[in-house]
Each structure stands twice: as structure tokens, then as C-alpha cells.
Design a protein around this ligand. Structure first.
Ligand code: FUL
Length: 483
């Protein structure tokens, strides 16, 4: 009875003094972007005319008859991606050479005039069925540059491009991402003109109105380009995001194919106007397209792990490309390597040593934001200190010497990205030792460092745009030993 009275009193006291959540720090992500962040790791499939001509950029004068995969199996792609822990596949529906993997009604330069399935095939449709079977999301790459089309460079081509976009976004179910490439204009076949055509990126595509089509037909899709509007290129194709990486970007200063300072893409812009997170696109082989001579150049496990930690571990999503081969399959060697990566990542994060331990915060804003929420395995709950507290720490007490070499931390990004600087300290031989000093966090940050054995770990946020909001913390002992 007495216990019940005390409990009621506690509930009353805390109930009356309930603290509201922190105010958001703008910019904040849209719902479609929040869903995108959670995908983390998904596949690019470069498969198209170039696969059969052994090219990276076809000129545009290729013949539909050259497209002839004998064992094309989108089910195999989807199975591999699913088993590798990927959440979706983005396919090159049309690359710069203009050949279409679906029977577009606006051109003859498509699968409908190829010998594949006697012109009755549709790769987009097959991919849709395969993605549905394996519970994967599907995305499309529709190259703005088209070296085949006679009207490229003229206003008529924009109508053509938009018609194709409408086809892709109307006939193949839910699309999670639309990829607008930055490579634009130059020499090409252009219906036989064989010339160089330059366009002004800023005005030619009238992007605002092209983007409207995506919003109208697929309101949940994120649009990728050098400068967003929803997801930005990371400024390199080697597989890394900046160690400092803000989701904020002064988006209106950028346009596809027109970026002056790649650093802005690698690191984002603190205080930028819009939420435009980075996506790291990189191929598992040197080329984007399949070249048999690269069969022995598939990235090693160590290279792939570095890519994973330098993308997913640095507040970016990882879009890993498979150059689908001439049979129409993801090559055995690529499958082998991506599975090595998947197994290593799984092993690295098999056991969160911070789950269920004692955790204490130097400040907390109340019952709904206690430090235990940072280690409850749920990203919807978070720890936050009081409003004006921007330097604050969380101490994890393992109660016994514990060995670890990875630290994972996530901000509750619904309220914006806030943390500007943080350090990690380990309590070793009765003394605090700094083991890392870093800048941003964002959706997810993972640190790799040499093995440390400590009884406590202190996570210090030393500066933040407003009080920090931390949704998850993880401490792990990875076996791969990469740093
Ligand atoms: C680049 C393109 O030019 C490459 O061919 C490839 O598609 C890559 C993903 O984007 O800009």
C-alpha cells in the first residue's frame, strides 16, 4: 500500500512537470527522407547497351539488336541483394546512350526492337516482380543526357524526357528513388548528326518542373542529383563521405552537373538551408558496366569494409553498384565479395556491449528523455538534456573491464542534425583516456579504433547547435580488426 502511494506520488510529480521535446533545428528531413535514411545500404545495377558493347559511355549509334542477354534473371539480382542485407535496387533504365530497358512508346531505341524475348521483354517489369518477391524497394536511373536522341539540346527533347519519366513512374509500382545523373552534353550520334551538343545545365532541363512530375506521380520517392533536391551526390565515386558530414545544404546554389566545390558535397554545409543528405555511389569493380577483363578486379573485403564504414559509418547511405554481366546475372565473383562484406558487417555488430548496462547523463530533460533511451535499441526514443545544454556527456558503466573497438551513435534526426563536436574517453587503469575526437553525427556515425579494454566509456558532446538528441548508442568488438 505504502509502495503504491509512493509510486502514485512519483507519477504525479513527474506527470505535472512533464518536459516538452526540444524544438527542432532547421532544416529537418521530410518523411520520404526519413524512410530513405533507414535504408542505409542498397544496390545499383548498371546493365544496359554498354554491357554488350563493353563500353562505359555508349555513343548513341548502337543498334537494339545488340542487346541480347541470354540468361537475364532479375530474381537472381534481388536474391543476392536481399541476402547481402541491401534494401533496394536502382536500375539504369536509360543511360547516356539512350537505349531503354522498357518498351517506351516514345522511341524505337528500346528492348522492343531487340532479339531478347523477341522484343516482348521489359526489364523494369521483371525487376518489379523480383523486388516484390524479395521485399526490396525499386529505384530508377533515367539519364538526362541522351546521345541517341535527334532532339537532344532542343526543347522537344525535354518533352520526350518527361514523357519517359511519366512512363517509368506510372507503370512500375512504388519507386523509392529517382536518380538524375550529372553527366550532361557533349559529343554523340544524335539521330545521325554526329556532333557536339552543349546545353546550359541550369536552364535546359527546367528542373523545377521536371521534379514536379516526380512529386505528382511518386510523392514518396527521393530525387538524387549533384544537389538534391532530396539526396545529394557525395562528390566522389570512390566510396567515401566526409568525416564531417552535415545533411544540411544550401541547395539553391547547386544544380545537377554544376558543382564548383566538391567539398560541399562531401561534407554538406553546416547551417545550410535544406535537408539534402549524401549518398555514396561506388562500383564493386573499377567500371560501372561489366567488362570481362575486370573479373579479377572485384573489390576486396577490406576495400568493401572501408567503403561501408566511410559511408554508412559517416552519415551517408551506400549505393553499391553491380555491373550486371552479359548473361544478365550478377557475376559469381561479385556475389562472393558482397557476401563477405555482409557477413563481416553482421559479425562486427553482432553484440551491442552497451545494451542493458548502466548509463548516466550529466544532464537530462525529464522522464521522457532519460539516458536509458539511448541504449534501448529503439530509434524512436531518445535522450536529450535541457534546452540550453549544448556541452554534455553520457557515461556507460560496463561494471567490468570490457574490450571493444567500435562505437556507434545516432541522432534523433526528426529534430534536425545538431552535434558539431564530440569525444570518446575510456576509463583504463583508473584514468580517463581520450580515444577519439570527432565532429558530426547525423543519422548514424560509426567509429573504428584499436581495441581498448575499459570498465567505463564516456561520450562527451562538446558543442551542438542546440541541445543534442541521441537516439541510439552502441559499443562493439569487431573481429575484422580494420581501423
Ligand atoms: C556517372 C555516369 O556518367 C556513369 O556512367 C555512371 O552511371 C555513374 C553512376 O554516374 O555520372
Amino acid at each position: 500500500m505504502k509502495k503504491l502511494a509512493i509510486l502514485t506520488l512519483i507519477i504525479l510529480v513527474f506527470g505535472c512537470t512533464q518536459t516538452p521535446p526540444p524544438e527542432p533545428v532547421d532544416p529537418v528531413p521530410a518523411e520520404r527522407q526519413l524512410a530513405w535514411h533507414e535504408m542505409e545500404f542498397y544496390a545499383f545495377a548498371h546493365f544496359n547497351m554498354n554491357t554488350f558493347t563493353n563500353m562505359e559511355w555508349g555513343y548513341g549509334n548502337e543498334k537494339p539488336e545488340q542487346f541480347y542477354p541470354i540468361e537475364l534473371d532479375c530474381r537472381q539480382w534481388a536474391k543476392v541483394c536481399k541476402e547481402a542485407g541491401m534494401k533496394g535496387i536502382i536500375l539504369t533504365a536509360k543511360h547516356h546512350d539512350g537505349f531503354c530497358l522498357w518498351p517506351s512508346e516514345y522511341t524505337e531505341h528500346s528492348v522492343k526492337n531487340s532479339p531478347w524475348k523477341n522484343g516482348k521483354g521489359d526489364v523494369l517489369k521483371e525487376l518489379r516482380v523480383a523486388c516484390d518477391e524479395f521485399g526490396l524497394k525499386m529505384g530508377v536511373y533515367l539519364s538526362p543526357w541522351d546521345r541517341n536522341h535527334p532532339d537532344y539540346g532542343k526543347p522537344e527533347y525535354i518533352t520526350y524526357y518527361r514523357n519517359q519519366l511519366r512512363e517509368l513512374l506510372s507503370n512500375y509500382g512504388d519507386i523509392f528513388e529517382v536518380w538524375f545523373d550529372g553527366a550532361n552534353g557533349g559529343t554523340g550520334w544524335y539521330g545521325g548528326a554526329n556532333e557536339e551538343r552543349r546545353i546550359d545545365n541550369r536552364v535546359y532541363y527546367d528542373w523545377q518542373n521536371t521534379w514536379e512530375i516526380v512529386r505528382e506521380l511518386q510523392p514518396n520517392a527521393c530525387m538524387f542529383s549533384d544537389g538534391g533536391p532530396d539526396v545529394r551526390w557525395v562528390g566522389n565515386e570512390q566510396g567515401w563521405a566526409g568525416q564531417t558530414n552535415w545533411c544540411a545544404l544550401n541547395r539553391d546554389d547547386l544544380a545537377p552537373g554544376l558543382v564548383d566545390d566538391l567539398k560541399d558535397l562531401q561534407q554538406g554545409q553546416e547551417g545550410g538551408t535544406h535537408w539534402v543528405p549524401a549518398e555514396v555511389d561506388v562500383s564493386i569493380r573499377p567500371g560501372w558496366y561489366y567488362h570481362p577483363e575486370q573479373d579479377d578486379k572485384v573489390k576486396t573485403l577490406q576495400q568493401l569494409l572501408d567503403i561501408y564504414y566511410n559511408s554508412v559509418g559517416r552519415n551517408a547511405n551506400l549505393l553499391l553498384n553491380f555491373p550486371v554481366d552479359t548473361r544478365g546475372l550478377i557475376h559469381e565473383k561479385d556475389v562472393e565479395q558482397v557476401m563477405k562484406l555482409a557477413n563481416a558487417v553482421k559479425a562486427d555488430f553482432a553484440k551491442n556491449l552497451a545494451a542493458g548496462v548502466k548509463i548516466a547523463a550529466s544532464d537530462s530533460r525529464g522522464m521522457d528523455f532519460i539516458s536509458a533511451y539511448a541504449i534501448d535499441g529503439k530509434t524512436e526514443t531518445y535522450w536529450a538534456p535541457n534546452d540550453d545544454v549544448t556541452a554534455v556527456s553520457l557515461t556507460i558503466d560496463f561494471r567490468r573491464p570490457t574490450e571493444f573497438n567500435r562505437f556507434l551513435v545516432q541522432e534523433f534526426i526528426k529534430l534536425g542534425q545538431r552535434v558539431q563536436k564530440f569525444t570518446l574517453e575510456a576509463f583504463v587503469n583508473e584514468k580517463w583516456q581520450e580515444i577519439a575526437s570527432e565532429t558530426t553525427i547525423g543519422y548514424k556515425r560509426i567509429l573504428r579504433f584499436p581495441n581498448v579494454t575499459a570498465s567505463k566509456l564516456r561520450f562527451n558532446i562538446s558543442s551542438s547547435l542546440a541541445c543534442p538528441t541521441i537516439s541510439e548508442l552502441g559499443v562493439y568488438l569487431a573481429t575484422d580488426n580494420s581501423e
